[in-house]
Design a protein around this ligand. Structure first.
Ligand code: ARG
Length: 495
């Protein structure tokens, strides 16, 4: 694109009102422009322009009549849409050009007492809030799916793994709630990130404030922010809110990638049946049903970590105050929030529609002598030092070669190690109970353990946490809607 082209529906030169003809074309022109990417903050910029114009009029920095003309022009620009904007270095410049095209030179009063630096920082925070609320909603929906599926499988025993080797029997509910707990912390991190994002930089101007008597609290209020970012240099240059949000998203994506991986493995073993819409077939191998959807979910953690890395690497070492590098920082956050929210919604759907074949799971729950620890615990409860009990069971495991040893084998090994029959310490019934996966699970009723009554209280805690976070989400969403209405009401006084 060359600087000499006429664009848009007005007669403004392509270099717009800000640059005029000071700089002409060349390859740097397109390179510098963020106009296309700024479509994401088109609506945000209109809101920021409106709040700023209302405040300027209230503070008598511009006249009510000029404010009215600017606000009417902004309505017009909004109806025409982002695609109809004149060329410009970014959406802020393009909208200003479009306003001046409509209003004439007085349209240029819109940019009194501000800079694109505080403007863009405000727009990013304004838009990111909505995206974070969507991401938070997605994490809550995933937690609901995990809790609902868990509630149906409190008694469904299954193998539990460490190092991908059968370790101890557990239940489907206990497994799923382990992820619910982690995602609950992801929700909390995103809510924290939201609250630190939800502060207004507007009025910081380029970085050094303004001699105009601006009311920063007022624009913050009109835009639904919970107050201002006070220091004007911090307000215009700070992007740690982006890093925090993206880090929370990358952390969450990492959690979800583990869940996806477990489901891929369990689908492979026939431990979980995924609904058809979360599976895919092979174009050549007719018998195949592959868990592709979850593999894609697993991969999104790569996008998120890449986004976070791109963002932090861009921000690292930037001096105060505004530097144009910041323009290339922002899209990393948009790409991350989009990819992660989508993956979370897909994971929630896969969990909600998953089926867990109880018989297969129970049959496998004791495989690989995964009940060995329970027998060792029984011996230890009878007074044998746990380390010695461990030795007995390790020897039995070796002798049984990966299978569950019978009572005679256990007794023979105990005699070797302890010098006495196993049944001098524990009854046959007690040993048989320890070897039964269902009873093994039932015995592990410590806080947070897999025993059904321990899981019941985890379910209660999860449900209470979901309700509280749902309320927190709604409060924040309602506050944004109230602010949107308030801004509309104030604008209506002028147009
Ligand atoms: N488009 C820029 C950004 O995304 C904002 C413009 C500020 N430009 C400037 N030269 N100070 O950060």
């Amino acid at each position: 694109m060359t600087g000499a082209e006429e664009t848009g529906d007005g007669d403004t030169d392509a270099s717009g009102v800000v640059r005029r003809d000071r700089f002409s074309g060349g390859p740097a022109r397109g390179f510098m422009s963020s106009l296309a990417a700024d479509e994401r903050i088109f609506a945000a910029d209109l809101a920021v322009d409106r709040a700023h114009a209302v405040m300027l009029a209230e503070q008598e920095i511009i006249g009510d009549d000029v404010a009215g003309e600017i606000l009417a022009a902004l309505d017009d620009v909004e109806s025409a849409g982002h695609g109809a904007l004149p060329d410009g270095e970014d959406v802020h410049e393009a909208i200003e050009t479009a306003v001046v095209d409509r209003v004439g030179p007085d349209g240029g009063k819109m940019h009194t007492a501000r800079s694109r630096n505080d403007e863009v920082a405000t727009c990013i925070r304004y838009r990111l809030r909505a995206d974070l609320l969507d991401a938070i909603e997605a994490t809550i929906a995933l937690r609901e799916a995990l809790v609902e599926t868990a509630a149906a499988h409190v008694d469904t025993v299954m193998p539990g793994y460490t190092h991908l080797q059968p370790a101890q029997p557990t239940t489907v509910a206990h497994f799923l709630l382990s992820y619910e707990s982690a995602v609950a912390r992801d929700t909390a991190r995103l809510l924290d990130a939201y609250d630190r994002t939800n502060r207004s930089p507007l009025g910081a101007a380029a970085f050094a404030g303004t001699p105009f008597d601006v009311d920063r609290e007022r624009t913050a209020d009109l835009l639904g922010f919970d107050g201002v970012v006070e220091n004007s240099m911090d307000a215009s240059a700070g992007r740690d809110f982006l890093a925090e949000a993206t880090a929370a998203l990358a952390t969450h994506a990492t959690t979800v990638s583990g869940l996806a991986e477990d489901l891929v493995i369990f689908a492979n073993k026939g431990f979980v049946d995924l609904a058809d819409e979360y599976s895919s077939t092979s174009s050549i191998m007719p018998q195949k049903v592959n868990p592709d959807t979850l593999e894609l979910v697993r991969a999104v953690a790569g996008d998120a970590v890449g986004g976070l890395t791109g963002l932090l690497t861009t921000l690292k070492g930037l001096p105060r105050a505004y530097n144009r590098d910041l323009q290339r920082a922002t899209p990393h956050a948009w790409e991350t929030v989009d990819a992660v929210s989508e993956a979370t919604a897909v994971a929630a759907g896969a969990v909600a529609t998953s089926e867990w074949p109880a018989e297969t799971l129970e049959a496998e729950a004791g495989a690989g002598f995964s009940t060995a620890t329970g027998v060792a615990d029984a011996l230890a409860m009878a007074g044998v030092p746990f380390r010695t009990a461990h030795e007995v069971l390790a020897a039995a495991a070796e002798r049984a070669d990966g299978e569950t040893p019978d009572l005679a084998t256990l007794d023979a090994v105990a005699a070797d190690v302890l010098g006495e029959s196993l049944f001098e310490y524990v009854s046959r019934e007690r040993v048989e109970a320890a070897l039964d996966p269902v009873q093994s699970v039932a015995s592990r009723d410590s806080v947070g353990g897999p025993a059904p009554e321990a899981v019941a209280s985890q379910l209660d805690g999860s449900e209470a946490g979901i309700d509280a976070d749902q309320t927190a989400l709604e409060e924040r969403g309602d506050a944004l809607e109230d602010a949107t209405e308030m801004l509309q009401t104030e604008v209506a006084h002028y147009v």
